[in-house]
Design a protein around this ligand. Sequence first.
Ligand code: FES
Length: 424
Amino acid sequence: MADKRISEMRTRHEILTELSYPPGELDRGYANRTLHVDLDRKIIEIRPVSEQMKALWVGGKGFDLWLMFREINSGTRWDSPENPICFSSGPLGGTASFPGSGKTLVTSISPLTNSIMDSNVGGYFGPYLKFAGFDALCIVGKADSETILCIDAVRNRITLETAPLESIDSHLVAEEFTEMYAGSEDDKRNIAVVSAGRAADHIRIGVLNFSFYDWRRRVARLKQAGRGGIGRVFRDKKLKALVIRNRDYTPAWRIVKSKVSDIYVPNVASMPDIDRASVRTTISRWNDDPEYVIEMMQDIQDRDRHISKAAIDEINAMTGVPKAELYHIATFYKAFSLAPRGEVMIQVCVGTACHVKGSELILDAFERELGIRRGETTDDGRFSLEAVACLGCCSLAPVVKIDEEVFGNAQAKAVADIIERKRG
Ligand code: FES
């Protein structure tokens, strides 16, 4: 995108109000502060989180509702100025240790039902909000003209700005603000933009789009908070975007020591040690960067056919990622195995289409022929057998995959020949 056009857009911003704030510390998942923005009065405030909030309104949805109930009354409709849009991330938000902990909860009175509606969405906005020092953001009022809220956690500064020139459509505005606020190409990962497209000016089912920068494709991609038409409320407030700039793309806090890491003791007996030097070389190829632990583990799995205890130890020592998190990854994704897989990997699809076409019979035939059960490896380490979900080529059902080769219309009677050929 032309730098000139971006800088011209930037120079046309008028700062309506700004707030410098002291950086906060996260304590057991809470920043203990919320951010309150009034677009009518052009006021930005930081408010404390009470112990009662944490005890009774736990989670992103809970905080959103607590904030909503403080703003609305029985007569509040979706387009009333006092109808807030609330964004929250729960106490686990941004930990990267549990599924769903990257989500942001968005809540408002819905234009579709005129009742409170929440929607959850991926992307990084909620975690970045927490890393910036806020458990939730509550926006009320309506702006006079196209306005953005910018939370800059690098400068510890929050601004409400007019933004007349930027696009409204989300796929464009996300690119523009990512370009405008990132300090460098690498820094683009630290930018998240919330917006709603032009359609949300006209229809009540408008979604909110949350951007995240895909550094592989080098584009800002979008996730949607689709439920309830909250994008319509966003545009009704004349909000063009919320922009947040994170301090660093490495999460600002992790579960370094927790109940999970204390009690999770994997079955080490099934994890033989391997050459630690080659593991260290692999980790170094990814610059010891905790952002790339999955890529490191993929390389190690491909080479060693498993993720060994030694590999977990080395990744932990060189990247600082807690072992509990590494074991979580290694056991969550089917692509990883803690025990060595065979030289030949046989996968029999037991998805619906393959099941109705008799894949269980094929699986039985492989078990008989190899003398192992599904999920096991032969004693000589030659073959591993797995039952897997849909392989994505159901028209060929039943399907068997051997290493990278896919066999369609597979038959149980052909299994003995296949094994014979593979044994060579
Ligand atoms: S169900 Fe087997 S390939 Fe889809």
